[in-house]
Design a protein around this ligand. Structure first.
Ligand code: CO8
Length: 386
């Protein structure tokens, strides 16, 4: 467990991290539950038809149909944005098809991250030369090296340094704490945390239990020293990170798979999870982390004006918000972006923050919180400075 907190800074308190601005890249195409289910059911029908004899003999199981009603009821998701819609919906392909680019072209993840980063920089009134470091914090990097962050840094024209980090759905909050620590230590005054998430590339679109969960997006968070930050900005009052090993959300894809070619295309090289177990185990873990850290910071959880929670499942968020606030949260207290974006891994809570923070007043406190594979969970307590 890692813990970092600072007292609220006075003018002479030294470097103090704040969120200056955020940015968002949303792909133009979206897939509705009805479109997704029609594609899945066409695939299931074709599979069952082609394997009729084996199914009748009990050698293999028939694939059951998916249902848009189930998806919305179980998860709260109505649609999701994707980079490559037609191939995902093609019942024969059921995967994104993103042509490989030559090395002299910007890579897909970097391109998305740059778009989100440019918005964050513009909102903060920053030039790339003002930024000291880039952290690319996401569930899956497009390649092992060179680091995505270094390519993004180069594309933006930023001096300094960059590196990648992966803590699955909690990558962005872990990135924000890392950036905040650089600011606190005086190693940097302006750090860009980008989270390009092409979840469609590691989702098994043929898996009925999870084919509806994820979408694609990129977010950017600019963490800066309060002394240079534009106003309004968000004081980072304190952060808390927790990890606890679990196999309940896992993806075994990796470069060593090449050493065992017979395994390369099996389903465990894509996203797999025990969704029910995740739900049950993660809710108490996250609620306890939030309440504990709030107590340490002297923040009354019930007084938090807004919760920008990880967007994995509407029911999980309802339960976590209830435990933190002590009552059922309204949409105003715990906004949802899950309905239109789906689960976008580490980007989800940042999207919620990006789209739903402008209406808060000076002095309002809020919580950005993520949770997911690892298990991993991160909490960032914020206060608006007008
Ligand atoms: N259509 C119709 N029925 C279905 C479908 C479907 N598509 N899928 C399942 N069912 C049926 C099942 O067969 C089951 O039927 P029965 O009761 O007869 O056996 C019934 O519905 C209930 O199934 P489940 O128990 O699976 O359903 P749940 O109510 O548990 O809902 C959820 C499933 C929505 C997955 C839910 O468990 C959930 O959201 N859990 C939390 C998941 C979570 O938070 N995961 C975090 C993962 S994200 C992360 O860490 C990042 C990883 C990196 C990114 C990866 C990118 C790809």
């Amino acid at each position: 467990m890692s813990t970092t907190a600072l007292p609220h800074p006075g003018p002479l308190a030294g470097p103090h991290p704040v969120i200056s601005a955020t940015g968002l890249f949303t792909p133009p195409d979206s897939i509705s539950n009805d479109e997704l289910v029609a594609s899945f059911n066409a695939y299931a029908d074709a599979h069952n038809g082609a394997n009729e004899a084996a199914i009748a003999a009990g050698d293999i199981a028939a694939i059951l149909p998916s249902s848009a009603e189930f998806i919305e009821k179980a998860s709260g998701i109505k649609s999701r944005f994707v980079l490559s819609k037609a191939p995902i919906l093609d019942p024969v392909i059921m995967a994104p098809r993103l042509p490989e680019r030559p090395n002299d072209q910007i890579s897909v993840l970097a391109e998305m991250a740059v778009a989100a980063a440019r918005e964050a920089l513009a909102r903060a009134g920053r030039e790339p030369g003002d930024v000291d470091a880039v952290l690319c914090a996401a569930s899956n990097m497009q390649r092992p090296y060179p680091a995505m962050a270094v390519e993004i840094q180069d594309a933006l024209g930023i001096e300094g340094f960059g590196f990648d980090m992966n803590v699955a759905c909690s990558s962005a909050t872990f990135g924000i704490q890392t950036a905040a620590d650089y600011v606190r230590a005086g190693h940097a005054r302006s750090v860009l945390v980008v989270s390009p998430e092409v979840c469609s590339g590691h989702l098994n679109w043929r898996d009925r239990d999870s084919h509806f969960i994820f979408g694609d997006v990129a977010t950017a968070v600019l963490v800066e020293d309060a002394s240079i930050a534009p106003r309004p900005h968000w004081d980072i009052l304190g952060t808390r990170l927790v990890t606890k090993f679990s196999n309940n959300i896992r993806n075994n894809f990796g470069f060593l798979n090449r050493a065992a070619p017979e395994n390369r295309d099996t389903a465990d090289k894509l996203f797999v999870q025990e969704g029910r177990k995740v739900f049950k185990e993660v809710v108490p873990m996250v609620a306890a982390m939030i309440v504990d850290e709030a107590a340490r910071l002297g923040i009354e959880p019930a007084g938090l004006r807004r919760l920008w929670l990880h967007q994995a499942n509407a029911g999980m968020n309802r339960l976590i918000a209830q435990r933190v606030l002590g009552h059922e949260a309204s949409e105003d207290e715990s906004p949802t972006v899950l309905d239109t974006y789906g689960n976008t891994s580490s980007a989800g809570s940042v999207i919620a923050f990006h789209l739903h923070n402008a209406d808060l007043a000076e002095g309002d406190t809020g919580l950005l919180c993520s949770f997911g594979a690892g298990y991993s969970a991160g909490a960032v307590f914020l206060r608006k400075v007008g």
